[in-house]
Design a protein around this ligand. Structure first.
Ligand code: ADP
Length: 856
């Protein structure tokens, strides 16, 4: 849940507001970067500020030190200058006295001694005349004086004409300028660096020599640099060539001279003589301390920057983790929001701490209504509070069943639905249980579907159980009976034997894969094709039950995907019985029909039989009278007896044929020749034809194939057709020229039957009217007064039972009917499978067998 960051804050200033707006405009990544870079920047700024401060302080320090050096140098210079000037004034006074008071050498020396006593810097006080001759000289006692003054080397402290010594230059300058003149520094006979002042002696306007005073530079420095100055700074006096002539600091011989960092130079003498006073200062410890501090600050800053970078890296890692966490949280939230399962979390006391949107949507309550709530919860139906309290207790104690519990939940609008709840413990990151998480699914729809399913299953089983047919399902691979209905159990029990018994005799094994087929046994069995393949119904006789079944089998995929065979076996025993009866009756009808035919032909037959009998009688009477007269010899008698026997044989043959024709026998197929059938039929029919004076012409094609038929039945058909033709001709009382019948037997090939033999009977009679043609094969349809009308119907049944076809047509000459033609075909390749017992035209056959019909 987003955290509310809008805490009350003091009214921000305008600048703050502007900054705040700018800050909010930045992207979070930029904000992060800025938040990281800002401390880094401030550390760098701090470092530069510190550096600047140190630099400033150092400069300040140097300035102060320089200033001190300058001031001390100035003080020292001032001291020396003042002293020199004071000395100069004194010397000028002495010089004047020397001239004016005409002082001799002794007095001068006294004065000089006094002068020198108070002034330790003065090394020598000499009076020389204009010719450079020493009048008197007061010198500081020197141990080296005697050594150097051997008379050969001139004293550098005295002017000597023509010599280029400092003393001489000064002497000349003093003489010329008539002013006291300071010499440039030089080394006196002792090797001590010195300089001179020569005060000219002017006697009444004439140059009378000089008063030479020689200063020891070293003493000057020693006595006139104040102690507090020399304690602070070193003071040096330098010559014109920058060589050190005297210093307040004595350097240990052999030690390197520390180079001073601060210098201040000032001219020393009152008049310029090239001497320079140099004050020296050294950088004090402030630099070192400053440096240490500075480097400490730098080190601390670097450390801070390093730690900042470390923190930054750490923060970046944290941000990455946080991002991953946010992503995960978002993912989980999206998942939670998108799923249809309601989720509810409770603490250990049963207080609701969380609900997801699906839970709210299910119950109709908002998150605010539910979170923080304690039992009884608002979605508990009022009449189930006790039960729900008990369930909640169970839940809080962790005793909820793993398979979930079914509860009723009431929506805010008061409607109730069924739900299933699953409970699981809620574990915090430390591994401690903090509560319970409950998921809830609405199972109303599932329950409805389940109820519907069970109802439909019940209906299905009721229908199946109520069926008269036995329904069984057998798994193909395991041979296990998967289903059997009540009828099956009743007839075959609960094992698979009944199924296999029914299936074995049916098309059960019709699906044995052919070797060249691309099928690898059962594993690769194309079950789809199998299940789609419908099976032809089979009629199976079960010996043990003495029952006939119509068995239909079908392959199907069982509910678990296994290939299974379903059989539906319908009890057809009753139908089979009826069929058998009908068959028997049809046979009877055929025989009856033949009897009727013979009955109708009875007079003709009697007439036919009468002829041989009459002949036999005549032969016998003739023989008796001739034997009595004894007018017959043996040979004639034998001949007459043979004739008699032939006539008797002829009569016997007629009777035999009639007997064979009407004999009650089972229909039996056998190999038969067409011409034999034709001969027999023509023989019998000939009796009737002759009586009706109708001629018959027979044509049977040569080398006809053998037929597989019942010859008596085919003969019966031919008889019927010939008799009908003769009757039609006779009843029309046609002239002898039209009293002809033609019987033709020829081979014929038809597209639907293949090779056949066609029998046709053509007469030249009156033909058939349209209505007669339409009802020709109807049983009991006859146009004749004494006709029964079963002949043609029986004929067609017989032909069709031999898988033949029968047709009748009128013959025309233009529009005039010239006769009619009845023809039937018999297939020559009749297979063994053809069932002669099976007479399809049951109603006709049954009707033909009707005893009432035959008796009338
Ligand atoms: P029935 O001979 O007892 O009448 P059928 O079934 O043999 O019974 O014949 C039915 C009818 O068909 C006959 O009544 C007759 O009208 C007609 N019929 C059969 N054969 C011929 C034929 N060759 N010429 C004209 N009519 C015929």
């Amino acid at each position: 849940m987003p955290v509310n960051l809008d805490l009350p804050r003091p009214a921000p200033s305008r600048l703050k507001r502007l900054f705040g707006r700018w800050w909010r405009q930045q992207s979070p990544a930029r904000q992060d970067r800025l938040a990281t870079l800002a401390p880094l920047l401030s550390v760098l700024m701090f470092l530069s500020a510190i550096t600047a401060a140190f630099w400033y302080l150092r400069n300040e320090e140097i300035d102060r030190a320089t200033d001190a050096v300058r001031r001390d140098t100035e003080v020292a210079q001032q001291q020396m200058r003042l002293h020199l000037i004071e000395n100069q004034e004194q010397l000028v006074r002495i010089a004047r006295e020397l001239v004016t008071r005409d002082i001799n050498a002794g007095e001068f020396l006294d004065q000089a001694a006094t002068f020198q006593r108070e002034r330790p810097e003065v090394r020598q006080l000499t009076w020389v005349n204009a010719a450079r001759k020493v009048r008197a000289s007061q010198t500081v006692i020197s141990f080296q004086q005697e050594v150097s003054n051997d008379g050969t080397t001139p004293d550098p402290s005295l002017p000597s004409d023509g010599k280029r010594t400092e003393s001489e230059f000064t002497f000349l300058a003093a003489r010329d300028t008539r002013q006291p003149v300071y010499s440039r520094p030089f080394t006196d006979a002792d090797g001590t660096p010195v300089f001179q002042i020569q005060v000219p002696l002017i006697d009444r306007g004439n140059f009378a020599g000089t008063l030479i005073v020689e200063y020891s530079i070293e003493a000057l420095v020693r006595f006139f640099v104040p102690t507090e100055v020399s304690r602070r700074h070193a003071m040096q006096v330098l010559g014109p060539d920058e060589q050190v002539l005297a210093s307040t600091v004595t350097v240990m011989p052999g030690q390197p001279v520390a180079k001073p960092s601060l210098l201040h130079d000032l001219p020393l003498a009152p008049m310029s003589n090239g001497l320079v006073l140099r004050g020296q200062g050294y950088r004090t410890s402030i630099g070192l301390i400053g440096n240490t501090l500075f480097w400490m600050v730098v080190a601390l800053s670097v450390l801070t920057v390093w730690m900042l970078l470390g923190t930054w890296r750490h923060m970046r890692r944290r941000t990455q983790i946080q991002n991953a966490l946010v992503q995960e949280t978002n993912f989980r939230r999206a998942m939670e929001n998108s799923m249809l399962t309601g989720m509810r979390a409770m603490d250990m006391e049963g207080k609701v701490t969380y609900v997801n949107p699906a839970f709210c949507a299910m119950t109709g309550y908002s998150e605010v209504d539910l979170v923080g709530g304690r039992p009884p919860f608002p979605y508990w139906p009022p009449d189930r509070i006790d039960e729900n309290t008990r369930l909640l207790q169970q839940e809080l104690q962790g005793r909820s069943p793993a398979g979930g519990i079914e509860v009723k939940v009431m929506r805010k609008d008061g409607s109730v639905f069924d739900a299933r709840m699953y409970v699981s413990p809620l574990i915090d990151p430390k591994g401690l249980q903090t509560g319970w998480m409950t998921s809830m699914t609405n199972i109303t729809e599932a329950k409805r579907i389940r109820d519907q399913l069970s109802a439909s299953h019940e209906r299905f089983t009721t229908v199946l159980e109520g069926l008269d047919a036995a329904v069984s399902v057998l798994s193909v691979q395991q041979g296990e009976l998967l289903f059997a209905n009540r009828s099956y159990r009743l007839w075959f029990g609960v094992d698979a034997r009944g199924h296999t018994q029914l299936a074995n005799t049916s098309a059960a094994l019709a699906f044995v894969p052919e070797p060249d087929e691309d099928v690898d046994g059962l594993s690769g069995l194309p079950t789809q094709e199998l299940t789609e393949a419908g099976a032809q119904p089979r009629e199976v006789y079960v010996e043990s039950l003495q029952m006939w079944f119509d068995v239909r089998s079908r392959y199907l995929q069982w509910t678990d995907g296994r290939l299974a065979q379903m059989l539906i076996a319908t009890d057809i025993t009753a139908r089979r019985r009826v069929e058998e009866q009908v068959q028997q009756q049809a046979e009877k009808a055929q025989v009856t029909s033949r009897l009727i035919t013979m009955g109708e032909m009875a007079s003709s037959v009697a007439h036919e039989l009468n002829q041989p009998l009459t002949a036999i009688n005549n032969y016998c009477n003739g023989m008796v009278s001739r034997v009595r007269n004894e007018s017959i010899n043996t040979e004639d008698l034998i001949a007459a007896l043979q004739k008699t026997a032939r006539q008797a044989e002829r009569a016997g043959q007629i009777i035999h044929r009639i007997r064979a024709f009407v004999k009650k026998s089972e229909p039996q197929r056998q190999p038969a020749q067409a011409f034999e059938i034709v001969d027999d039929a023509v023989e019998l029919a000939g009796i009737e034809l002759r009586r009706r004076k109708v001629a018959i012409h027979t044509y049977v094609a040569q080398r006809l194939p053998t037929l597989m038929v019942d010859p008596i039945l085919i003969e019966q058909v031919l008889m019927n057709l010939l008799k009908n033709a003769a009757e039609a001709i006779d009843s029309a009382q046609l002239p002898p020229s039209r009293r002809n019948i033609e019987l033709r037997v020829v081979p014929r090939h038809t597209p639907d039957q293949g090779g056949t033999i066609e029998f046709s009977v053509t007469d030249m009679g009156p033909g058939m009217k349209e209505e007669v043609l339409a009802r020709l094969y109807e049983a009991f349809f006859s146009t004749k007064a004494e006709g029964l009308g079963i002949g043609l119907s029986l004929c067609r049944s017989i032909i069709e039972s031999h898988r033949g076809r029968m047709k009748a047509e009128n013959l025309y000459n233009g529009s005039i009917v010239t006769g009619c033609r009845f023809a039937f075909t018999l297939p020559v390749d009749l297979t063994q499978r053809a069932d002669l017992h099976n007479v399809p035209d049951v109603p006709d056959a049954a009707a033909a067998a009707n005893p009432n019909a035959t008796s009338s």
